[in-house]
Design a protein around this ligand. Structure first.
Ligand code: XMP
Length: 510
C-alpha cells in the first residue's frame, strides 16, 4: 500500500493534513519528528513526505529539526509553514522573522505556471499564519508563488522534488489547497490512490479471521461509534467468539440501551451480554454531588461490573478496544507520548489477564470509522451518533442523582433532540442535549401555581470540541422544544437556553 509520511513538527493542523491526504485516497501516517529515524523512513518506502507546520523558529535552540539527508532520499517532500522554513534551512537557505510583515489570515496568492499549481488560477486566496519566512531561497530552488507581503510564498526544487508552501493548503480558507495537495500527491509523488476504507474492512476481517482463529475476544460495547464499529468488524471475522458486554449504567439517553441491544443482538446476531446495572450505579451515586466523584464512581463501578461479567465467561484470550488513530498519535510538540486508553475501559488491561489487546480501528480517523460503520451496515442513528460522555447523564444532572431525575432528564432530552431532527437544519449542531439544573422555579400551569425543575438546553457547533460556539438555533425551534418540554413533563417548570461558548464555558455543565 502506498503511504505518505506526515512528519509532525508540532503544528495544530497535523491531523487535518493527514485527513486531507486520505481524502485523496492515499494512506497517510503521522509520525513525530523526534520519534522516527532516517533509516525507518527509508525502509518504509513512503511515496512522499509532508513536513508540517509548528510553533517554533528554525534557529531557536532545541527547535524541531531533522537529518538533512532526508532531502537526498529521492522522495518528494512538501514543507508547509514551519515545514517550508525547515526545508529551506536544511537546504542552505535563510529564514528570518517577517517582523511586522508577519501574516495571519486570508491573503491573495499569486501563483506561476508549475505542476504544483495545475488547475489553480493565477490569483486565489490562501491562508497564512506565520512570523518567520524564507528570506533567501536555497540554491537550486525557484520561487513559484508570492503574496503582497511574502515574496517566497511557494518555492520548488524540481530536480530534487522539494517543495515548500508558506501558507496552509490543508485548511479550507485556502481556496485551492485541496487541488495543490492533489497535485503534489498525484502529479509529483505519482500516487495511484489505493486507500479506501472498503478495502481496509475486508483486509482487517481476513487478518483477524486468521490471527484470532479459535480465540475468545471480549469487547466492552458502549453504543458509541467506535466500539460499535469495532464490534461489527470483529463479529464478521470471528462470529460467536466475540463476546460483547454492554453495561447499561442507567445513565444513557432515552431508548438508547434498547436500541443498542436490538441492533447488535437482534439485527446483527452478536453474542451480546447486556448487564442491567442501573440499580447498582444509582445506589453507589446516591447523595453524591461533586462531579469528579461522580465520574470516578461511574468509572469504578463500570470496571467492577465488566470484570465480574468477564470472570463468568471463563478464559478470554484478548480484549478488544475501539481505539482510533487520533488516540494513539504521538504529538510532535516534544511532550511524552500521549496515549489515551478508551475512556470506559481505562485500567482494565492491567487488572485482567489477557494475552493481548485487539484494536481494529487504530489506523482510522473518526470520519473513516463512520464510513466503515456504514459499509458494515450500522444504522445511521449509531453511525452519526453525537458524542456522548462515558459518565452519561450522570454529569448532566447537577447535584444529586436519582432514578426520577434520570427519567425527567431523559424525557426532556429526547424532546429537544426530536425537535432538532424534525427541523432539518442546514447543519446540525455537533452536540446537543438537555441538562437538569439543580434550580427549581415557580411557574404557572393551567390556573395553578407550579413549582418545578429548570432544564437547560445546550447546543454547540465545533470542529474539535477543544473550542465551541453555542449554536444559533432558530427561535421557533427553541420555542417548540420549550413548550413541549413544559407541557409534556409535569416536573419541569422552566426551560433556558445556554448561550455560553467554550472557552470560557465547557460543553458539559459538570
Ligand atoms: P467539555 O465539557 O470538556 O467536553 O467541554 C468536551 C467533550 O468531551 C465530552 N466529555 C466527556 N467524555 N467522559 C467522556 O467520555 C467524560 O467524563 C467527559 N466529559 C466531557 C463532552 O461530551 C464533549 O463532547
Amino acid at each position: 500500500m502506498e503511504k505518505i509520511l506526515v512528519l509532525d513538527f508540532g503544528g495544530q493542523y497535523n491531523q487535518l493534513i493527514a485527513r486531507r491526504v486520505r481524502e485523496q485516497k492515499i494512506y497517510a501516517e503521522i509520525r513525530a519528528w523526534n520519534r522516527i529515524s532516517l533509516e525507518e523512513i527509508q525502509e518504509a518506502k513512503y511515496i512522499g513526505i509532508i513536513f508540517t507546520g509548528g510553533p517554533n523558529s528554525v534557529y531557536e535552540e532545541g527547535a524541531p529539526a531533522f537529518d538533512p539527508e532526508i532531502l537526498n532520499l529521492g522522495v518528494p517532500i512538501l514543507g508547509i509553514c514551519y515545514g517550508d522554513q525547515l526545508l529551506s534551512h536544511l537546504a542552505g537557505g535563510l529564514v528570518s522573522s517577517a517582523g511586522d510583515a508577519g501574516e495571519y489570515g486570508s491573503t491573495a496568492l499569486y501563483t506561476s505556471d508549475h505542476p504544483l499549481f495545475a488547475n489553480v488560477p493565477e490569483q486565489s486566496v490562501c491562508f497564512m499564519s506565520h512570523r518567520d519566512q524564507v528570506a533567501r531561497i536555497p540554491e537550486g530552488f525557484q520561487v513559484i508563488a508570492h503574496t503582497d507581503h511574502c515574496k517566497t510564498a511557494a518555492i520548488a526544487d524540481d530536480r530534487r522534488w522539494l517543495y515548500g508552501l508558506q501558507f496552509h493548503p490543508e485548511v479550507s480558507h485556502t481556496e485551492y489547497g485541496r487541488q495543490m495537495l492533489k497535485n503534489f500527491l498525484y502529479g509529483i509523488c505519482g500516487a495511484a490512490g489505493d486507500w479506501q476504507p472498503e478495502n481496509y474492512v475486508q483486509e482487517m476481517i481476513e487478518q483477524y479471521r486468521k490471527e484470532l482463529a479459535g480465540k475468545k475476544v471480549l469487547l466492552a460495547l458502549s453504543g458509541g461509534v467506535d466500539s460499535s464499529v469495532a464490534a461489527l468488524l470483529l463479529h464478521q471475522a470471528i462470529g460467536e467468539n466475540l463476546v460483547a458486554v454492554f453495561v447499561d449504567h442507567g445513565l444513557l439517553r432515552k431508548g438508547e440501551a434498547d436500541l443498542v441491544e436490538r441492533t447488535f443482538r437482534d439485527s446483527f446476531g452478536l453474542n451480546l451480554i447486556r448487564v442491567n446495572a442501573a440499580p447498582r450505579f444509582h445506589s453507589r451515586l446516591a447523595g453524591i454531588v461533586d462531579p469528579e466523584k461522580k465520574r470516578k464512581i461511574i468509572g469504578e463501578v463500570f470496571i467492577r461490573v465488566f470484570e465480574e461479567e468477564a470472570r463468568k465467561l471463563g478464559k478470554i484470550d484478548y480484549l478488544a478496544q475501539g481505539t482510533i488513530y487520533p488516540d494513539i498519535i504521538e504529538s510532535g510538540r516534544g511532550d511524552s507520548a500521549v496515549i489515551k486508553s478508551h475512556h470506559n475501559v481505562g485500567g482494565l488491561p492491567e487488572r485482567m489477564a489477557f494475552s493481548g489487546i485487539v484494536e481494529p480501528l487504530r489506523d482510522l480517523f473518526k470520519d473513516e470509522v463512520r464510513k466503515v460503520g456504514e459499509i458494515l451496515g450500522l444504522p445511521k442513528a449509531l453511525v452519526y451518533r453525537q458524542p456522548f460522555p462515558g459518565p452519561g447523564l450522570g454529569v448532566r444532572i447537577i447535584g444529586k442523582i436519582t432514578g426520577n431525575k434520570v427519567r425527567i432528564l431523559q424525557e426532556a432530552d429526547a424532546i429537544f433532540r426530536e425537535e432538532i431532527d424534525k427541523a432539518q437544519l442546514p447543519e446540525n449542531p455537533n452536540q446537543y442535549f438537555a441538562v437538569l439544573t439543580n434550580t427549581k422555579a415557580v411557574g404557572v400551569k393551567g390556573d395553578a401555581r407550579s413549582y418545578g425543575y429548570t432544564v437547560a438546553l445546550r447546543a454547540v457547533s465545533t470542529d474539535d470540541f477543544m473550542t465551541a460556539e453555542w449554536t444559533r438555533l432558530p427561535y421557533e425551534l427553541l420555542a417548540r422544544a420549550s413548550s413541549r418540554i413544559t407541557n409534556e413533563i409535569p416536573e419541569i417548570a422552566r426551560v433556558v437556553y445556554d448561550i455560553s461558548s467554550k472557552p470560557p464555558a465547557t460543553v458539559e455543565f459538570e
